[in-house]
Design a binder for this molecule. Structure first.
Ligand SMILES: C[S@@+](CC[C@H](N)C(=O)[O-])C[C@H]1O[C@@H](n2cnc3c(N)ncnc32)[C@H](O)[C@@H]1O
Length: 415
């Protein structure tokens, strides 16, 4: 997602259909909360708000991606992102002697389309491009995007209802999928860490503090031990409770190849930095960013930054190799972003023989095209924005080659 510089004072009101949809999800949440004895964990709330069948944000009709939606992701900002990724994929597919690509949560289908077009141009198409998408509406949109822009490649694309069987050789891609995994929210108290719960009051959804729970205590003890410092009283943050199980399920079918995940986040020491005392939860609604996940259920995206050290811990636990970790801008540079931009530089106007004044005129359309490409490069790579808030990580199995995306600068030592 792009990160606007300021939070809004006022959020636009949903239209009547959206408000009715949100009210239906709210009823569902009320029943869940009542059935659970008055409160549910924030992780369960987030799971329902995003993924309750037919009701959750990613399982129902909201537009989500692009200018008419709630947020914009890197592949939506510029095809240069997917063209760079294609170059990394080509290198891996060549090393494997062929293989497939599996994309998790493919959004509007823009990344799949640009990636396949580029791999086609590089004569390096995968045997199959599989998409695992939870939302029926998004599947439809992805198929349409591919049909409109790359109809000749559509036959290579399949939509899966479940992860592939064992023996998968190739690449698993996930852009901004990790940040959409439900997180447990906790607060440090004088009595130790407490899970934050979601309850129902006369005023609507509200926060509540949970009882002592050995699972939360163990998770926070582990985090503090690795950090080497104690989180102070009042400190509030998040962690993904089932990250290892999630990664295990994704990686289990992988016989040889790599998982490439790109997302916003930090190494653990920065994630639980003393200055980040209210955690990393953010909500995206109609291109506004705010930090209240309890409003607008079903109409807004809820995300948390990724603790990449936790991703590494999970990867090592299940026997994956961490093949590279770096910021998005370094990853794109390693994949040849600046060469792709250089290809767009308009040709010099011809000069007359023997020197003198320029003999031709720069085509203004070429110049505008180049400047637009340069603007997109800036959006993808600027430090302080997408360039270093987003990180790329590669987790390999039975693939022992250096990956070009991490050749520019590999920052595994930060994890
Ligand atoms: C922020 S969107 C990113 C979409 C797209 N990758 C992009 O970059 O534009 C998050 C996506 O992750 C998907 N997702 C979340 N949990 C998932 C899971 N467990 N398996 C597969 N996809 C998942 C959502 O359905 C959604 O499509």
């Amino acid at each position: 997602m792009t990160i606007p510089s300021a939070s809004p004072d006022v959020l636009p009101a949903p239209d009547p259909a959206a408000a009715a949809h949100s009210a239906r999800l709210l009823d569902h949440l009320r029943v869940e909360i009542a059935n659970a004895g008055g409160a549910i964990s924030f992780a369960r709330f987030m799971e329902l708000a995003l993924y309750a069948p037919g009701l959750g944000y990613y399982r129902a009709g909201a537009r989500k991606f692009g200018p008419g939606g709630d947020f914009v992701t890197a592949p939506e900002l510029s095809p240069l992102f997917s063209r760079c990724l294609a170059r990394q994929c080509r290198e891996i597919l060549q090393a494997l002697g062929g293989g497939e690509i599996l994309e998790l949560g493919a959004g509007s289908g823009v990344m799949a389309t640009d990636l396949l077009l580029e791999l086609g141009a590089l004569d390096a198409l995968p045997e199959r491009y599989a998409i695992l998408e939870l939302s029926g509406e998004l599947r439809q949109r992805q198929r349409q995007t591919l049909a409109d822009r790359a109809p000749e490649l559509l036959e290579r694309v399949v939509w899966l209802d479940a992860l592939p069987q064992s023996g998968f050789r190739g690449i698993v891609l996930g852009n901004e999928v990790l940040d959409a995994l439900p997180v447990e929210r906790f607060r440090m108290t004088t009595h130790g860490p407490r899970r934050l719960m979601v309850t129902w009051t006369e005023a609507g959804l509200a926060w509540a503090e949970g009882e002592e729970d050995p699972a939360v205590t163990a998770a926070i003890t582990r985090i503090e031990t690795e950090l080497g410092w104690r989180l102070p009283e009042g400190y509030t943050s998040e962690y993904v409770p089932h990250l290892t199980d999630w990664l295990r399920a994704i990686a289990e079918p992988l016989a040889a190849g790599a998982l490439l995940l790109v997302d916003y986040g930090y190494p653990r020491r920065d994630y639980y930095h003393p200055e980040r005392a209210m955690g990393t939860l953010l909500c995206h609604y109609r291109h506004r960013v705010h930090d209240d996940p309890l409003i607008l259920p079903g109409l807004q995206d809820i995300t948390a930054s990724v603790d990449f050290t936790a991703v590494v811990d999970a990867a090592l636990t299940i026997g994956l190799e961490v093949a590279g970790y770096t910021r998005q801008n370094y990853f794109l540079f390693g994949c040849g972003l600046m060469e792709l931009l250089a290809d767009q530089i308009p040709p010099n106007p011809p000069f007359p023989k023997g020197g003198g004044e320029a003999g031709g005129i720069l085509n203004p359309a070429d110049a505008v095209h180049y400047l637009e490409q340069a603007r997109q490069v800036k959006l993808l790579t600027l430090p302080g924005e997408m360039g270093d808030r987003f990180q790329a990580i590669a987790l390999n199995r039975n693939l022992d080659i250096p990956l070009r995306g991490f050749a520019f600068r590999d920052e595994r030592s930060r994890l």
